[in-house]
Design a protein around this ligand. Sequence first.
Ligand code: SF4
Ligand code: SF4
Length: 504
Amino acid sequence: MEHKDEIRRRHLPSSLLGPLDQAHGIVSEIFAKACINELFWKVEPIEIKVIPVYPRNHINFNQCVGGAFYRTDMAERAQQGAHQAGLPGAEVAVEPDHHPRSQQGRQMAAKLGGRGIVCEVQADSRLVIIAAMQEGNSQTGATASLADGQGAYAAVAQKIKDWGEELGFAAIGIARADVSAAAPWLLRWLALGRHGEMDYMAKHAALRAAPPLLLPGALSVISARLTYWPAAANAQRVLDDADLAYVSRYALGRDYHKTVRQRLKKLADRLSQEAATLDLAEPFACRVFSDSAPVMETDFARQAGTTWRGKHTLSLTREGSWHFLGEIYSTLPLPADTPIADHCGDCRRCLDACPTAAIVAPYEVDARLCISYLTIELHGSIPLALRPLIGNRIYGCDDCQLCCPWNRFAQIGDPDFAVRNGLDATPLTTLFAWSEADFNSRLAGSPIRRIGHLRWLRNIAVALGNAPHSPAVIAALSTRQDDPSPMLREHVAWALAQHRPAAG
Ligand code: SF4
Ligand code: SF4
């Protein structure tokens, strides 16, 4: 290892460990055992960047993680792992990051909070995100007050909020480009396999947990919220009528990716113009995200004080949860807003209302059980045991939101998300008759289109299997029992079998 002198294994009072304090058990379980060990045994190179902000500061790893990086032990274990795997050897390289923007960012983080992340350890394809914290009482004067970070940037932040309001956003907040508090939860969720077949979640975990990998020099995140609750047929009445198809409220109208992105782009353009008037040491850069890249959007919204994370894991406000989130990563050191309190209290309605018990504990969802995952993300066969629980939900599920007391205060959202194609109350048999051409033309511009015609039919077949027995349902299913797709044939056969006792 190089730069040995800059790495110390040192136990600190936990108050210096910032957000990772709250996740010690998780960090210990996931980083030190599942992830780090797995990494060694696979013996792939890890790049560790040590960013020397202040020469006399110690760089202190969280002790749970630091143990794994105790240099002699780490080097030995890496070599052992390599030999056991039949590989020629293992190497750990430590490289200082001299990029001036990185230094600028760390200095600003220190100014704003009195402590901040000064070191990041990242591996693009591994589940390794390790942050080390800077001491709050640095000998080199990193204790400047919050007020020092305000002024010109605070004025820019206020302008961003005003522009956001003009563009129709319900709220705009600002967070630091730091997800070190939430990253351990993501890693734990992945390590438990709760992402199911969403391999991209694991593949891009490092990008999700390290904003500078998506925008070098990222210092702040502008989090935007856009409401979508549509004027539509009563959701509960549709759920109660098993002949009708239930489509998640967010998908009844226009694809939110486009709407949110277009508006964020306008906001980013205004910000770029504003940044040109500032005396910046580094060129300004920003990047817009609308559920289009690995971004921890719920955590940024929480940090930015526009939402809290409900027990169903969705972002939530006193005006409800029917909203989309979007983000702008920026290299400007904008002052972060204050998070709002969690107002879930003793409520557990969402846990009790979930048809498949996918909310396995408060703030924890196992996607493999979630109807939204089963009907949207899952490509293959829907597990037999879960099919009867899906009811008539053919695209997504809203039960954990429909029951939430805060959604009683929801107002009709942005007109861009008004219902199209009567999708709020259409018979299952009608939708099952759509050809692929019908599907593609009628759902042009809808988020539903991305699941494709085959999965659309798969989902409707399950719902028809759960529908009341009728000649119309049997006739509809029969039209597709010889479909070329083995997966669809199997789902149709299952659905027809559900009707046999009633038919016999
Ligand atoms: S979307 Fe539906 S299945 Fe998923 S957690 Fe919420 S209630 Fe449960
Ligand atoms: S239903 Fe209750 S517990 Fe669940 S998110 Fe809403 S307020 Fe929180």
